[in-house]
Design a protein around this ligand. Structure first.
Ligand code: NAD
Length: 376
């Protein structure tokens, strides 16, 4: 059975869906691996590295895809690539299922079973495949590093003969995987960190990392977590109370990292323009929700600019700014997913649609769009 690894074609996508390590592991499963030439270049993996690991190098997408039973990529392949996929093939990638409606339709028309890695259930058995976690963890780290590099002051307190430098104050808004790593990174750099979220479970996590928890802890807060572990959209009344608290807190901050997301919806606006105007000159906001509309109304996707004396960073692909590590973790996540759908004895595809991981991530099956969240 053949597995193909595509080169990414989208602007700014530096990651690659396989690593020499996973190529070796796929070979161990009995698969033949074809990597499109140059696929790893931006993540510092050469064609020769892939070859040494046992892959063949395909000169273009068409030859990589010819006869491939499993196709791996980071972002969704474009229409012409999908049109070259074999009927009955499996595609595993970040398919942006809430925003990209064309790809599932094209995959169904081609008879390809498409799996959106974003939809993997957040259960323990799927942890080793959890791309949202592996990538968000790196994004949270990089957000703090980017902010520190732009901030015109030091992060830790420094007592020197020439005087004392006060530590930076960092506020992290949204304490999921990215937020937790942002807190830990900012703490390691010596900042005074506080954090906010609407899920009660985060209070203890924030405090265990040595940061202060700031939130409106009313009855709505106590019920803000869904069974799947995500946040619910909050009522206008809650949002008003939250805004008043954040307005007071944000004035004293030097760096604000926002990561608040609600699956399938526009990101909540947590930092208004009026709040930004109260921030100290030279402050920095890194908005990890930029791709989903941003946690501030002033965020511009993929732009870094200054307004009201505050630098706002709207990178939409922070993991891609750490392409080497992001690729190797993403590749390992995909390997773990593929090992679930390949029969170890025969080396053939063995999709068990009763498995909640397969069912949870599967967008298309046998020529139809099947995921409940994409139907009607
Ligand atoms: P996410 O990216 O969906 O959202 C980021 C954070 O924003 C969340 O903590 C959310 O509560 C918060 N948020 C949403 N609206 C907000 C608002 N108005 N104000 C402040 N904060 C707001 O989250 P994620 O990183 O994907 O994590 C989601 C959950 O999944 C967490 O409970 C996490 O612990 C859990 N998880 C479980 C596993 C597992 O395998 N069991 C793995 C990874 C993550």
């Amino acid at each position: 059975m053949k597995l193909a690894v595509l080169k990414e074609r989208r602007d700014g996508e530096t990651r690659v869906a396989a690593s020499p390590d996973t190529v070796k592991k796929f070979k161990g499963l009995g698969l033949e691996v074809a990597v499109e030439a140059g696929a790893g270049a931006a993540a510092r993996v050469s064609d020769a590295d892939f070859q040494t690991a046992g892959a063949s190098i395909a000169p273009d997408a068409a030859s990589a895809l010819a006869g491939a039973d499993i196709v791996l990529s980071v972002r969704s392949p474009d229409a012409s690539e999908i049109a070259q996929m074999k009927k009955g093939a499996v595609l595993a990638a970040l398919l942006a299922p809430y925003t990209d409606k064309d790809t599932p339709a094209a995959l169904a028309a081609q008879g390809v079973d498409g799996f959106a890695m974003e939809f993997l259930p957040r259960i323990s058995r799927a942890q080793a495949m959890d791309v949202l976690s592996s990538q968000a963890n790196l994004a949270g780290y990089k957000a703090v590093i980017d902010a520190a590099a732009t901030f015109g002051r030091a992060m830790p307190m420094m007592m020197t003969a020439a005087g004392t430098i006060a530590p930076a104050r960092v506020l992290v808004m949204g304490v999921g995987v990215a937020g937790l790593q942002a807190i830990a990174t900012a703490r390691r750099l010596g900042a005074i960190v506080s954090a906010t979220d609407v899920r009660p479970a985060t209070k203890e996590q924030v405090e265990s990392l040595g940061a202060t928890f700031v939130a409106v802890m009313d009855d709505e807060f106590k019920n803000a977590q869904t069974a799947a572990g995500y946040a619910k959209p909050m009522s206008p009344e809650y949002q008003a109370k939250q805004a008043a608290l954040i307005a007071e807190t944000i004035k004293k901050q030097d760096i604000v990292i926002t990561t608040a997301l609600i699956p399938g919806r526009k990101a909540p606006v947590l930092v208004t323009e009026d709040m930004i105007k109260t921030m100290k000159p030279g402050s920095v906001i890194v908005d990890l929700a930029a791709e989903q509309g941003g946690n501030t109304p002033l965020t511009k996707a993929n732009e870094v600019y200054e307004i009201h004396g505050v630098t706002i960073m709207g990178y939409t692909n922070l993991p891609g700014r750490l392409a080497v590590d992001a690729s190797s973790l993403y590749a390992r996540n995909l390997f773990n997913f593929v090992s679930l759908i390949v029969d170890k004895k025969t080396g053939a595809l063995a999709l068990n649609w009763e498995d909640e991981i397969v069912k949870g991530a599967g967008l298309t099956r046998d020529g139809a769009v099947v995921h409940p969240s994409l139907k009607g």
